[in-house]
Structure formats: C-alpha cells, structure tokens
Design a protein around this ligand. Structure first.
Ligand SMILES: C[S@@+](CC[C@H](N)C(=O)[O-])C[C@H]1O[C@@H](n2cnc3c(N)ncnc32)[C@H](O)[C@@H]1O
Length: 220
C-alpha cells in the first residue's frame, strides 16, 4: 500500500478549476458534446474534454501521422486525435455502431478532419486483424468492450511501431478495480488486463488517474 499517494479524487470545484485552466473545447467540440448528451445516459461513454485535449497534444507531441482508435461512439476522441494529425494524416476508427458514429460525422466535417478519418463499422478485432501494415501506426487508443482489451493490445502491438504509443481508457473503472465486492464481467476484465499489462516486457506502462484512468503503453 502506498503511504504517499499525491493523487486524489477531484472535488467538483477542483475539477471545474482544472477545466478552466486548460484548453477548453471549441464550438465544434462543444456542439458534439451537446449532440451526444441528447442521447441520454449513454453519453457518459464520451471521453472527458480534458482527456480529449491531452490526446490532441499527445498526438502532436509524438508527431503521429497514422493513428487507430478502437471504440469511437459519437466521435469526440476521434475528433481530438484527428486534430492532432497533420493534414495528410490518417485515423482508422473502429466501431460496431453506425447509429452512434453517424452523430459525429458532421462534426468531423465541420472541423475539416473528415478526410483524415477512415471509419470502419465492424467488430474491432476483425478490423485490426485485417490490417496488414505491421508497424504502420504511431498511436492507438482503446476505448471499446472491456473483455477484449487484451486481444486489442495483442493486435496493436503488431500494428504500432516501436516507440509508438497505445492509450487504454477506463483502467480505474470508477474505482471498482479495488472494490473486492464488485466482480462484474467488465471489472474482472479490466483488473486482469491491468495485472497483465503492467508486467508485459513489450511495453513501458504508466497508469494515470485522469478521468476514469488512462494507461499509457510505450511500445518497446
Ligand atoms: C466508451 S464508447 C467510446 C467512446 C469514444 N471514445 C468517445 O470519445 O466518445 C465504446 C464504443 O465501443 C463500441 N464497441 C463495443 N464493442 C465493440 C466491438 N466489439 N468492436 C468495435 N466497437 C465496439 C461501442 O459501439 C461504443 O461506441
């Protein structure tokens, strides 16, 4: 047990302060947040705006030109990654829902990044397995069905170049990763994934307590 955790749960006030002191969503991103909230409770699946800003910055910092996303929903994280790519960059987006991804497309168009995004509607594992360009990608983001996380990482370790970055979302799962009374399928899957990936010699692994937990995997 750590006796000096330095990180802590943000109060709503501190979270607001943090948002007010970082790059805010612009009108297009705000429009997508609002369009997604009209879907009701499911909108909770959208990544937080500060995570989106971080992902745009990371895309730029590593000089990514090709990226891949597993779990697009209404396209907010895709918009953030695509904006960090150069004009001729490419983002492959994997999702099974035409309905949800259609919400995002007009916002990708408004942002001028639609032509960077290659949306593939199919089970993500099939899409990943169908891509033959080993080492062709600089960045990946995993945010889909939790029991498949390990399988996605296995494919992405083939697709992402050495020195590239794989981001994995929801790794704290609302704190349930340490709640012994919660043994739901998704909780068990994320716990097992976290255990395994931290010891995987093929990656450097850093788990950050941003939003619902975001793991950074640097491919060795
Ligand atoms: C948490 S949401 C993604 C949120 C998104 N990254 C954002 O910023 O709004 C998870 C998405 O994964 C998709 N999904 C679930 N199972 C999938 C699968 N087997 N293959 C591809 N996508 C899947 C769902 O349709 C859903 O849109």
């Amino acid at each position: 047990m750590s006796d000096n955790p330095k990180s802590f749960n943000l109060s709503p006030e501190l979270h607001s302060y943090m948002l007010a002191h970082g790059t805010a969503p612009d009108a297009i991103q705000q429009g997508l947040i609002e369009a997604t909230s009209k879907l009701g409770g499911i909108s909770v699946m959208q990544i937080a705006p500060e995570q989106g800003a971080l992902m745009t910055m990371l895309t730029q910092l590593i000089g990514a030109t090709r990226a891949i996303e597993v779990g697009t929903f209404t396209g907010y994280s895709a918009l953030c990654i695509a904006r960090g790519l150069p004009k001729d960059g490419q983002l492959v987006c994997c999702d099974i829902s035409d309905e949800w991804t259609s919400v995002g497309v007009p916002f990708w168009e408004k942002a001028g990044v639609r032509d960077r995004i290659d949306l593939r509607i199919a089970p993500a594992l099939e899409t990943l397995q169908g891509i033959k360009e080993d080492d062709g990608f600089d960045l990946a983001f995993i945010d889909a069905d939790k029991p498949s996380y390990q399988a996605y990482v296995e494919e992405l370790l083939r697709l992402v170049r050495p020195g590239g970055l794989i981001l994995v979302d929801n790794v704290l799962w609302g704190g349930n990763v340490i709640n012994a009374e919660n043994n739901e399928d998704n909780t068990l899957a994320i716990r097992a994934f976290n255990e395994k990936i931290a010891k995987d010699p093929r990656v450097d692994c850093v788990m950050l307590a941003i939003s619902d937990g975001l793991t950074f995997l640097r491919v060795i």
